[in-house]
Each structure stands twice: as structure tokens, then as C-alpha cells.
Design a protein around this ligand. Structure first.
Ligand code: CP3
Length: 346
């Protein structure tokens, strides 16, 4: 039996439009906070397959989403390439030794050696495969990676940034160095995602959360072409595994989108009608409620009905237009999911 979520990603007709939420396993759930507390901290949770599998499954039971997304983080990739990742409470991710020159890149572990170190992720997937299959509800498991550009922003800046000035200085004054980082990350990501598929994921999502930091004319060169290269590599070997691309905030690039993948994730700032007009014939669209509408039930219903009107139950997956925030009431997240299911006839 094929999974409804996988069918929807592949553009097949499904009995209803599936819904999931980016960052659906996380701090808005008291049950997540309890497991994280027991694990000690966020990275320990990522490194512990049993606990990571548990928080992956929580939103299925608590908010009723139609797909599970592996619990991990995009930054475990540079961590296993030899950059020392830490998450300080309330401060977000930090790398103690950001990349500044050729030698820094040469020192990074690359290729299969780095990808093979992410065993705890593959163990989590294997455990989840078993637990999801035992449930018998045909829930798909989404695996993920960060886009090379989004990963590179952390590797170069050493942390999150509002201005991206360090990586953009590199982009405009030493583009070869930036490409060298992007190439090395791309090679690891290809093998990492292949190993996620071999461990048992059903769908791949590539998060380019910081796409909008790049000017439109440079977006293909510094990010999209690397994402497409990863997709082409996986599609050639695993054509049955759908690939979702989520480049956030680049609607000015929609006319230039190309590549062999299945689903295009629409961010919350882009009108769904615009995405449909430009990309809807070529790709299934995912999205795109503004996540802050989750603070108001009326605003949730309004948005879900509008998105449904535009997409008309065809070639669409309901989601937020970026991740859910930690202070959203669980009841409202449930309302979003049930409203999507109501309008699409589940
Ligand atoms: O439910 C899911 O979506 C799966 C889990 C998931 C996490 N991170 C867990 C997490 C996924 C898919 C990610 C991806 C991720 N991580 C992205 C891309 C997606 C996006 O939202 O744009 C990015 C940019 C990161 C990097 C990252 N991880 C940051 C900037 C932070 C700190 C900011 C924050 O939200 O606190 C994290 C930590 C993180 N990753 C948390 C979770 C649940 C919070 C950690 C905690 O429990 O305190």
C-alpha cells in the first residue's frame, strides 16, 4: 500500500490533502520539553535515537499531522565534518572555529567519512521505520538536510546572523573560497541523504532557510545549483523517493526555478496564487500559512480556507510557510491541522 503523503508529493490524486508543520516536533509541546529535559540538552536528544524517535512521533499523536519529520538538526552535518557545534541555552547554535580560509576547509572531514559519522541519525531512522510500520497507519517519514548555502552561513559566521556580512564579504570578494566550502558540503550532503534513504526515510526535504540573504541574480550560482545537484544525484539512484525543495523568501527567483525534484515549498510571504501560476504545473506545492497566524484560531481558519480555494485539493500539501514558534498554544496547532483536514475532506 502506498502512503498518501508520498502519493501527494508525486502529484498523484489522493483522498485528501495531507498536512504537516515545519518544526512540528519542538518546544511548543510540553511532551517534547519533558523528553529534552531527560536527555539533558538539545544535542544529546539528537544523539539519542530512542528519545529522538519518541519526539518525532509526538506530533502525530498530539496534533494529528499526516507525516512525521525525523527529529534532528541541519547543523549535525558541519558538526560531524569536524566543526565543534554547541547550543547554549537561549543563545542558539555556535561553532567555536568558523571557516575563514582554504586551510580551514582542507581541515574539514569530507565525503563518505563525514557522512558515515552520522550513525545516530541513521539509527533514529531505523527505529522510526519500525515504530511507524508497527502503527499500521501508513505515515510517511520525512528526512532532511540544510541546503549547502544555509549550512555555510553558520560555518562561516560561526552562529546565526541578521546581516550575513561575513559570508557575503566572502561571496563578493573571494567567491572561489565560498564555492570550495559549498562543494565540500554538497558532497557530504549527497551521501548523507543517500544513507538516510537507505535507513528508511520516504521523502527528502532540503531546507534553504536563508535563501533570501542572496540577491536574486546570484541565487542560482551560490545556492540553487547545489540544491539541484543534490536532487539530481538522489533522483538518479532513488527515483521513487520524492524531494521537497524549500528555499525561503526567493519569490523573485520563481521564474528561473529548474531541476528534477517533486515538491516546491512556498514560504509564507509569497501569495500561493503566484506560486501556483509560476510553478504549479511543474511541481506539487507545499505551504504556506504564515506561522504567526497560529496565535489566532480565526486567522488560521481564514488562511486555510484561502489556500484551499487557490489550490482546490490539487497538487498540494498543507504546511506552514516556515517553522512553528515555541510559544504557540498546542490547541491552535491542532486547530490548524484539523482545519486543513476539514477543508480537504479527511
Ligand atoms: O520538527 C521538525 O521540523 C524536525 C526537527 C528540526 C529541528 N531543526 C529541531 C530543532 C528541523 C527540521 C530543524 C532544521 C533546522 N535547524 C533549520 C532549517 C529549518 C528552519 O526552521 O528554517 C535551521 C536553520 C536549523 C538551525 C537551528 N537549530 C537553529 C537556528 C536553532 C536555534 C533556534 C531555535 O529555534 O531555538 C536550532 C535548534 C533546534 N532545532 C531546536 C529544535 C526543536 C530548538 C532546540 C531546543 O529544544 O531548545
Amino acid at each position: 500500500m502506498s502512503k498518501i503523503f508520498v502519493d501527494a508529493c508525486l502529484g498523484k490524486e489522493t483522498p485528501y490533502t495531507p498536512v504537516w508543520m515545519m518544526r512540528q516536533a519542538g518546544r511548543y509541546l510540553p511532551e517534547y520539553m519533558a523528553v529534552r529535559k531527560e536527555a539533558g540538552n538539545f544535542l544529546n536528544l539528537c544523539h539519542n535515537p530512542k528519545a529522538a524517535a519518541e519526539v518525532t512521533i509526538q506530533p502525530l499523536d498530539i496534533v494529528g499531522v499526516d507525516a512525521a519529520i525525523l527529529f534532528s538538526d541541519i547543523l549535525v552535518i558541519p558538526d560531524e565534518m569536524g566543526m565543534d557545534l554547541s547550543f547554549l541555552q537561549g543563545e542558539g547554535p555556535k561553532f567555536s572555529d568558523p571557516i575563514t580560509c582554504d586551510e580551514d576547509i582542507d581541515r574539514l572531514i569530507g565525503g563518505d567519512e563525514a557522512a558515515s559519522k552520522l550513525t545516530y541519525v541513521f539509527d533514529t531512522i531505523k527505529l522510526l521505520r519500525k515504530r511507524l510500520d508497527e502503527r499500521g497507519d501508513e505515515i510517511a517519514l520525512i528526512g532532511f538536510t540544510g541546503a549547502p548555502w544555509t549550512l555555510a552561513t553558520y560555518m562561516i559566521e560561526g552562529q546565526g546572523t541578521k546581516t550575513y556580512n561575513i559570508c557575503k564579504k566572502m561571496m563578493y570578494s573571494n567567491p572561489d573560497l565560498l564555492h570550495k566550502i559549498l562543494k565540500k558540503v554538497t558532497e557530504v550532503v549527497k551521501l548523507y541523504m543517500e544513507k538516510q534513504i537507505q535507513a528508511g526515510i520516504d521523502v527528502v526535504q532540503i531546507f534553504d532557510s536563508w535563501a533570501s540573504a542572496i540577491e536574486t541574480d546570484k541565487y542560482d550560482e551560490f545556492s540553487w545549483s547545489y540544491m539541484v545537484e543534490i536532487a539530481e544525484y538522489l533522483k538518479e539512484k532513488y527515483p521513487e523517493i520524492p524531494i521537497i525543495m524549500f528555499p525561503k523568501g526567493i519569490s523573485a527567483f520563481y521564474d528561473k526555478v529548474y531541476g528534477n525534484f517533486d515538491v516546491f515549498g512556498v514560504d509564507w510571504a509569497t501569495p500561493m496564487a503566484l506560486a501556483k501560476e509560476k510553478l504549479g504545473d511543474k511541481y506539487v506545492l507545499q505551504g504556506n500559512m504564515e506561522p504567526c497566524r497560529l496565535y489566532s484560531k480565526e486567522m488560521i481558519t481564514e488562511s486555510v480556507e484561502n489556500i484551499q480555494k487557490v489550490m482546490g485539493s490539487k497538487r498540494h500539501i498543507f504546511n506552514l510557510g516556515h517553522g512553528i514558534l515555541p510559544d504557540v498554544p498546542v490547541e491552535n496547532a491542532k486547530h490548524f491541522v484539523s482545519e486543513c483536514q476539514r477543508v480537504s475532506g479527511k
